[in-house]
Design a protein around this ligand. Structure first.
Ligand code: 6PG
Length: 251
């Protein structure tokens, strides 16, 4: 199904969803490596990605990927040490990165042990060094927060209006969201400059917000949720859902 919100692909269950996501990961890496000798892919945090990461680490999928030509980035991370249970890098490393022949130089981690602003500055520098002043990743994975946030771009925040920075630090507030830690996130210009952005959404708990994001898009852009502002300017937007997450969709 293709809406003006991108292509929606619904899998019967979470197992089939993760297979579809892993197939996309393989296809994008093979296409990018064939075209320009490398593939730059950003992972995300949240409850959905670990199953995908573990599947990609299995021989059946891992053997299809030329890891030495893959570069791994993170759409956001928390300002915690790499071995902290809250670290998006730490989770991806545990489930995938430490199991595949990926050169350490190809893992571009947000240095969560630094202050949010220093980590953001260094990450932006790394993006520019690797991909230039207008970095265009081949694929950026995103989750969908219960409030419609993506990466660490939250509703009503000034970060949604940033156009002159690639990466920003996000101060935590006592109002949430959990976990109450500072974060670092790619900004919308980077997300929307990607060749592909893929949302990976599973479970009935996300059915309502998924339907809202896809089917209730405010005419005024200023009223749109962060996830509704992800619209690649010259790229593909994909929504990979299982039936549970798609349960409230009307078309
Ligand atoms: C993070 C993620 C965040 C996540 C969504 C969905 O650092 O928390 O980048 O954007 O993808 O919050 O996560 P859940 O599926 O766990 O709700």
């Amino acid at each position: 199904m293709t809406s003006d919100r991108g292509a929606v692909r619904i899998s019967p269950d979470v197992t089939m969803l993760m297979s579809a996501a892993a197939d996309l990961f393989v296809a994008v890496t093979q296409e990018a490596i064939a075209a320009r000798g490398r593939a730059d892919i950003a992972l995300t945090g949240g409850s959905a990605p670990p199953a995908l990461h573990r599947l990609l680490a299995t021989p059946g999928y891992s053997s299809q990927i030329v890891w030495p030509q893959v570069h791994i980035w993170f759409g956001d991370d928390r300002c915690v040490k790499a071995d902290d249970p809250l670290s998006n890098f730490g989770a991806a490393n545990q489930d995938l990165l430490s199991h595949v022949p990926l050169p350490l130089a190809n893992i571009h981690r947000i240095q969560g042990e630094l202050s949010r602003d220093d980590a953001a500055q260094y990450y932006a520098q790394e993006l520019r060094k690797q991909l230039g002043d207008a970095p265009r990743l081949d694929l950026i994975w995103l989750g969908l927060g219960p409030d419609g946030h993506v990466a660490s771009l939250f509703p009503g925040e000034a970060t949604l209006h940033i156009t002159d920075k690639l990466v920003v630090g996000v101060a935590h507030t006592t109002a949430g969201p959990e976990p109450l830690v500072d974060r670092v996130t790619m900004t919308l210009p980077v997300l929307n400059n990607a060749a592909r952005v893929a949302f990976l959404i599973t479970g009935e708990k996300k059915a309502a917000i998924t339907a809202k994001v896809l089917e209730d898009v405010p005419a005024n852009p200023d009223d749109r949720l962060p996830s509704q502002r992800v619209q690649p300017t010259n790229g593909q937007l994909l929504w990979l859902l299982d039936m549970a997450a798609a349960g409230d969709l009307h078309q």
